[in-house]
Each structure stands twice: as C-alpha cells, then as structure tokens.
Design a protein around this ligand. Structure first.
Ligand SMILES: [Fe+2]
Length: 240
C-alpha cells in the first residue's frame, strides 16, 4: 500500500521533532503494510516554509534506514494566492516531481469562490489539484454538493484513514462515508504526525471502508491510484 499523506520529517512542521521519532514512525508505517509513503510536510506561508532542497536532504538521510517504506517527496500546501510561484520556485513541492499538488484549506474556510479562484490558477499552469481530507472541513460537511463543483473543476480528493474511525469527529466520519458511497475519494492517507497514533488503526479503518465500497475500489484507494500519480500517469475518474 502507499500512504498518500504523511508528516514524517523531523523539525519541518508539526510532525516529529526528532530524527529517531521519524524513523520510529516509518517503522510503524512499514509494519502496517505501507511499502511506499509520500512525505507531505505542511507548507504554509509565514508558518512552515522549509524549501524543497532541505526536505530532500532529510529524505536522503532517512532513506539509509532499514525496514522503512520507500519515501517520495511532496507537500501539503496551505491554499494561498501565490501558490504557483511557491511551486515554480521549488519552495513547496508537487508529488514526486509530477504536476499533482496536495492542498489544504483553512478549517474556517467559508467561501468556495476563494478556493475555486486558486484552483483555476493552478489549472492554468497545468497543475492538478488534490484536496486533502475534505471530510474534515465544515464547508463540505455542511454543503456536500460543493465537492461536486470542485470535482467538475478537475479536483481529486484524498481522505484520511482516521476519519472513518471517528478520529476527527462524527461529521467528518459521515461525510467520508458519503464521499465513499458517491465515488468521490481518490486516495487514502494516514496524515500521521507522531508515533503510536494512526498506523495501529489503519487495518481497522480499511476493514470499515471495505464494508462500504467494492474491493476493486478499495485497492484503487490504498494503492493503485497513488502508484499512477507517482508514475506521473493521468488519473481519470475510473473508480466507478
Ligand atoms: Fe496533513
């Protein structure tokens, strides 16, 4: 399996503080069945601004460790108007050097128009947006059809394993269920930030998700779709 969303680098964001902690998290990931992991450290203006080359250096160091998943570079980029500049200047990173970009919104985001404007900018520059854990945002919990508006703009969606277990509350859980039933999820990620948090629970989450969707769709979500992205292949809506 491929973990599509993970905060695993030491002292980069609100993830692990120590190198040893990063290694411990990576061991947990491997034990949970992830043989690949995308390092999606936060990139947020004035908060987390560690440029790509520095994160690459840490990834190279981690790659020398044994019994860990293969690590790929990415970012979880807080939606901002100058996002295209951040990507072109190699500050924030696309997924594994492709044109796919993982985005996060402010938890308080109220206006879909603000989101859509920036998505249009990304599309004009040939980037393909992937929205992280939509089920966690009140915006979509309250107005599910907005997800279809984004889908129509070409946005892909990544949900968190923890959401289906209720780790982010009741509304995130039911919104994720609804997304799964509507074939709106394209990838699954742990969104791990620290050890002993999610990797001991991912098998339970997969079991729960398996009760809602077909085994083929589940395989797409845990592995196949992410592999296509790492390969730089285009991902059409072929889940259903
Ligand atoms: Fe995250």
């Amino acid at each position: 399996m491929i973990d599509f969303h993970a905060h695993i680098l030491p002292e980069i964001d609100d993830g692990p503080k120590l190198y040893e902690e990063s290694v411990a998290i990576l061991h947990e990931a491997k034990t949970a069945g992830f043989d690949k992991i995308i390092s999606t450290s936060h990139y947020a203006l004035n908060v987390y601004e560690i440029p790509e080359y520095k994160r690459q250096t840490i990834i190279q160091e981690l790659k020398t460790e044994q019994d860990i998943p293969e690590i790929f570079l990415g970012s979880e980029i807080f939606l901002t108007h100058n996002i295209v500049d951040l990507l072109k200047e190699y500050k924030a990173s696309t997924i594994n050097g492709t044109n796919y970009v993982l985005l996060e919104l402010s938890p308080k985001e109220k206006k879909i128009t603000h989101v859509e404007d920036i998505i249009a900018k990304l599309k004009e520059n040939n980037y393909i947006p992937i929205l992280s854990h939509p089920e966690r945002y009140i915006l979509f919990q309250k107005n599910f059809k907005l997800l279809y508006e984004l889908k129509d703009l070409g946005v892909l969606f990544q949900s968190n394993y923890g959401s289906i277990l209720g780790m982010y509350g009741f509304f995130a859980k039911i919104t994720m269920k609804k997304m799964l039933k509507s074939n709106l999820v394209n990838f699954l990620g742990s969104d791990v930030h620290k050890k002993r948090s999610i990797y001991t629970k991912t098998s339970k989450a997969i079991k729960e998700i398996g009760k809602i969707i077909s085994s083929e769709y589940l395989e797409n979500l845990t592995t196949t779709n992410a592999q296509k992205i790492l390969n730089g292949e285009s991902l059409l809506y072929d889940n259903n």
